[in-house]
Design a protein around this ligand. Structure first.
Ligand code: SF4
Length: 165
């Protein structure tokens, strides 16, 4: 990594705060909020400072991996894309479009390339099975709220003196 200040966007959540990353002797020496960022204006939360730990984590994946009988095995990107395309096509052909499930969430919804490519990709797959943080943890709350109190929205949940469940 080149020495100097690198201006980037924190991809950990939808706030997308601007960060200024100082690199000295090829290592990250500080991470601060970018005061010139028009949205965050210098604000960052503690998670952005921890980006350094993610970057330096010895267990961070640096290449695609696949599971084999003898454990995880690194592979090249071209090989990984070919394998995924082959398996998706094979699964869709054999079991139908809804046999493929898709999960969308952080950080792929904050990545420009992903934002541009995801919708056409999902349309091409044609599956109705799409999952997200909402479908995994918010919708069950809303269902429980509705079944318990007759109120469909968590944000309008109110305490009932005569609970029904
Ligand atoms: S700095 Fe914190 S609030 Fe801002 S995008 Fe990163 S995780 Fe989200």
């Amino acid at each position: 990594m080149d020495n100097g200040t690198h201006y980037r966007t924190c991809h950990l959540c939808e706030a997308m705060c601007g960060v200024a990353i100082e690199v000295t002797n090829g290592q990250i020496s500080s991470i601060k909020g970018d005061e010139d960022d028009p949205l965050s204006q210098g604000y960052i939360c503690p998670k952005a400072v921890a980006l350094q730990d993610l970057h330096n984590d010895p267990d961070r994946l640096r290449k695609p991996v696949r599971r084999t009988d003898t454990g995880w095995q690194e592979m090249e990107w071209d090989e990984a894309f070919d394998l995924v395309a082959h398996k998706l096509h094979q699964t869709r052909t054999e079991f139908g479009r809804n046999s493929i499930g898709v999960y969308l969430g952080n950080p792929n919804v904050h990545n420009h390339g992903s934002l541009v490519a995801t919708l056409p990709f999902l349309r091409a797959i044609g599956s109705q099975n799409r999952f997200s943080a909402t479908s995994n943890d918010q919708l069950p709350h809303m269902l429980a709220s509705w079944r318990c109190s007759g109120i469909k929205s968590c944000s309008r949940f109110r305490i009932s003196t005569t609970p029904t469940c």
